[in-house]
Design a protein around this ligand. Structure first.
Ligand SMILES: Nc1ncnc2c1ncn2[C@@H]1O[C@H](COP(=O)(O)OP(=O)(O)OP(=O)(O)O)[C@@H](O)[C@H]1O
Length: 358
């Protein structure tokens, strides 16, 4: 964070009550800056049973803001979350796809609805994401964190260019361990708090409960992919994703989910250690969203899941925003609807992302 460049700017900090965004506030304070902090309400209704930790989050955020002499305000984006992120999630899931609500939360809520309600009054919006930015060729690019496990550039790979221009990631150059050390040294109330599991509030609730609540159950058959033999029944295709291995509960496995037939409401599974059907080397993506500007994607790296590993590939352009990903190795669990996030060869710069078509 170059203090000289930002010291005269109006900065809003998104303060969640977690350790990362709390250290963000500290990073400003140690340079004599006391930006306004905002806690966004994105969880479910207060009276609902799954909203157990929001109150504690807000208490933590309040304590941290007070410690550093910052103002804290609560911004209610609850309705926008359910109207936009939940609608997107349920539509995709119903169609048999594998959506990523956390990716959409960054675009539509943290840098979206928040900006509309409050952020537009500020020059910069700072978060505790593990991501960095760099000016290359006069343009602002999204760049990976030095902590490969915590890196969150994949979750930011759908934000609009104007959102990226406003984004500031003050702890993005640290590793998680360093952030925790700072928090302990500075006696932050949440220094030893457990990390949220997923991202956003979804980490706090069970994903299947979230889906069941909106779509209910829709039982159907589970068949062996190769033989068509009945293996069992499922409670709804939306509780399963391509590549899934765990939680199927059928004997004689291990079984992998290899196909979902939405018309027939049938789940296809395959046995064996590494079934070919569960792996893909070439797959199409559509609606490619470039974060900064279009680039040549002949030699790139990519990931389709929030894991520290990147795969090599070259992308063959097939249409306006469509490509075929030709991966260097076989990729397990390629599922339609998932985001394929694309980086440069050294997985330093994040170019953007697109949905897998298949
Ligand atoms: N409810 C919220 N209100 C305000 N900002 C939030 C909220 N939830 C997340 N954020 C912002 O988004 C960033 C990334 O969110 P994420 O859920 O990944 O949390 P995290 O990496 O565990 O960070 P933290 O430790 O700050 O919660 C946070 O660091 C914070 O800046």
């Amino acid at each position: 964070m170059n203090i000289d460049e930002i010291k005269d700017k109006k900065i809003a900090v998104l303060l969640s009550g977690g350790v990362d965004s709390s250290v963000v506030v500290y990073e400003f304070a140690r340079h004599g800056l006391h930006p306004d902090c905002f806690y966004i309400k994105i969880g479910p209704e207060e009276q609902e049973e799954w909203d157990c930790s929001s109150e504690e989050d807000l208490e933590m955020a309040t304590a941290v803001a007070r410690k550093y002499g910052c103002k804290l305000e609560v911004i209610d984006c609850h309705e926008e979350y359910w109207n936009e992120v939940t609608r997107y999630t349920m539509e995709k899931v119903r169609a048999g796809f594998t959506p990523n609500p956390d990716v959409m939360c960054n675009r539509l809520i943290k840098f979206g609805a928040f900006d509309e309600k409050m952020g537009h009054k500020y020059d910069l919006i700072a978060t505790g994401h593990y991501a960095q930015t760099e000016i290359i060729g006069g343009k602002k690019w999204l760049v990976t964190s030095p902590d490969p496990v915590k890196d969150q550039t994949d979750f930011l790979a759908q934000i609009y260019d104007w959102q990226l221009k406003k984004a500031l990631f003050p702890i993005g150059h640290y590793r998680k361990g360093e952030v925790r050390e700072i928090a302990e040294r500075e006696h932050l109330v949440n220094a030893r708090r457990k990390d949220s599991q997923g991202i956003c509030f979804l980490g706090k609730i069970n994903y299947n409960d979230y889906i069941r609540r909106y779509l209910g159950e829709n039982p159907g058959l589970v068949l062996e992919f190769e033989t068509g033999k009945k293996i069992g029944t499922h409670k709804g295709l939306w509780f399963h994703t391509i590549g899934q291995r765990h939680g199927l509960g059928f004997g004689g496995g291990p079984w992998y989910v290899v196909k979902k037939d939405v018309t027939e409401n049938t789940l296809y599974v395959s046995k064996g250690f590494e079934p070919r059907t569960a792996y893909k080397k070439d797959f199409p993506i559509h609606g490619f969203h470039f974060l900064t500007e279009p680039v040549n994607m002949t030699n790139v790296t990519f990931k389709i899941r929030h894991t520290p590993e990147y795969h090599r590939a070259y992308l063959e352009k097939t249409g306006d925003k469509s490509y075929i990903v030709h991966a260097g190795d076989f990729i397990q669990g390629v599922a339609p609807g998932q985001f394929c996030v694309v980086y440069d060869e050294a997985h330093h710069r994040c170019f953007g992302s697109a949905e897998i078509t298949v």
